[in-house]
Design a protein around this ligand. Sequence first.
Ligand SMILES: CC(C)(COP(=O)(O)OP(=O)(O)OC[C@H]1O[C@@H](n2cnc3c(N)ncnc32)[C@H](O)[C@@H]1OP(=O)(O)O)[C@@H](O)C(=O)NCCC(=O)NCCS
Length: 146
Amino acid sequence: MLVKIERFDDAKHRNHVITLWKSVFGYPDRRNEPDLVISKKIEIDDQLYVAVVAEQVIGTIMTGYDGHRGWIYSLAVLPEYRKIGIGSQLLKHAEESLTEMGCMKINLQIMNENAAVKAFYKKNGYEVEERISMGKQINANVPSEK
Ligand SMILES: CC(C)(COP(=O)(O)OP(=O)(O)OC[C@H]1O[C@@H](n2cnc3c(N)ncnc32)[C@H](O)[C@@H]1OP(=O)(O)O)[C@@H](O)C(=O)NCCC(=O)NCCS
């Protein structure tokens, strides 16, 4: 199967990515609404990549580099295309792009209930690091309910 990894193109890919993220992640909170996440990301940089087969987006990955660490977000492959190496191909592409930027360490977060994905990341060279993840929502930037 010919899978191409491309930089996200708003005109070509936005609707595909929204559909994919809604089906794979389905986060309920407003701050993770796919259309908003895409807009916020491309406002800052273009580190959003898609895996494309016959012009259909079948996978995504997003990276961020802050000068200290690289981060990986939103790795997703459509269920019918899983376990044939596409997730690993997306991850490799993201790692190469972070490496080119000078990144020395990549981190990512997995939800507790998504522990199965640990096996995927371990196969790709990632180790569990005992840390507690903390966060604070900035309400002023989260759209209120329509
Ligand atoms: C995680 C995900 C991206 C993996 O994509 P994929 O294309 O199936 O991954 P690959 O085919 O490259 O898998 C590489 C290896 O990891 C293993 N693996 C993949 N998913 C796995 C899972 N859920 N549980 C255990 N092992 C898994 C594969 O068996 C494979 O091993 P192999 O090379 O010995 O066959 C995909 O399952 C997915 O989209 N999940 C839902 C979204 C998600 O949880 N994203 C990650 C958190 S942001």
